[in-house]
Design a protein around this ligand. Structure first.
Ligand code: FES
Length: 276
């Protein structure tokens, strides 16, 4: 049914590092059998070098869960904890030559198990604070939806379902997932600021546009590794160019709309923004 890569098939049929390490230095457990996927990761760590000497997993899940867990253990063995923490769920999927989009939640589960094991090793595991559960069918919290959406730049409920399973059951959580996505990609971008003067001269308008972009929009984009450049202002038409991580970003249209909304709010409601 699913279009699996040769690597997924190989690691499903002959998984690496299955089992449990005796007297492990770290244990990471995520998911639950009730929700259909669960992963237990055990690690042996060299305390001198902080290197992961051995990693084993036990999982309850489909072919891609087994392949993703196997890939994770292969990726982290021999790495220091800091190096291992740089491995993202996208790295796990890439190691497998890709996963069907509906199965990306398996790569997310691998990354979560790794984080959980390293927290366990460092003694950072907090007593579980009450998280707000958004999707009751799959026990997915708001924190997880936000984290996965931002890390993977997800903008639709369908993508959230593919990466976390949230929304893939009865569907009653979908409006809340939509609200979270709106909050992440539309509302959060710019903080409060005093309203603009009503009547502006041309020079005042240009100066205000530059000011809003420099003081409010660029720092926000730069904090996510992106950037923009103001290219031209022609009457109410503002032309910008994407730079750094913003170049080719799949959320480019949303970013342009957010910038336009903010300039309408703070400068003038006839402003239009386009990429030059
Ligand atoms: S509560 Fe999320 S799918 Fe049912």
């Amino acid at each position: 049914m699913w279009d699996y890569t040769e690597k997924v098939k190989e690691l499903f049929l002959k998984p690496r590092n299955v089992g449990e390490i005796e007297s492990p230095d770290a244990v990471g457990e995520v998911g639950s059998m009730i929700c259909g996927d669960a992963l237990r990761l055990t690690l042996k760590i060299d305390k001198e070098t902080n290197k992961i000497i051995d990693a084993k997993f036990q999982t309850f899940g489909c072919a891609s869960a087994i392949a993703s867990s196997s890939a994770l253990t292969e990726l982290i063995k021999g790495k220091t904890l800091n190096e291992a923490l740089k491995i993202s769920n996208q790295d796990i999927a890439e190691y497998l030559g890709g996963l069907p989009k509906e199965k990306m939640h398996c790569s997310v589960m691998g990354r979560e198990a790794l984080e959980s094991a390293i927290e366990d090793y460092k003694g950072e595991k907090e007593p579980r604070v009450e998280e707000k559960i958004i999707c009751k069918c799959f026990e997915v919290s708001e924190e997880k939806i936000r984290k996965v959406a931002i890390e993977n730049r997800l903008t639709t409920v369908e993508e959230i379902t593919n990466y976390t399973k949230a929304g893939g059951g009865c569907g009653t959580c979908i409006p809340e997932i939509e609200a979270i996505l709106r909050d992440i990609w539309y509302v959060k971008i710019i903080p409060e600021r005093p309203a603009a003067p009503k009547k502006l001269t041309n020079l005042q308008r240009i100066a205000l546009i530059q000011d809003v972009i420099e003081r409010e929009i660029r720092p926000r984009l730069q904090s996510d590794g992106g950037d923009i450049e103001l290219i031209d202002i022609e009457g109410s038409r503002v032309v910008i160019g994407f730079r750094a991580m913003c170049v080719g970003c799949p959320m480019g249209d949303i970013t342009v709309k957010s910038i336009e909304d903010k300039l309408k709010e703070l400068v003038s409601d006839d402003i239009t923004v386009e990429v030059g």
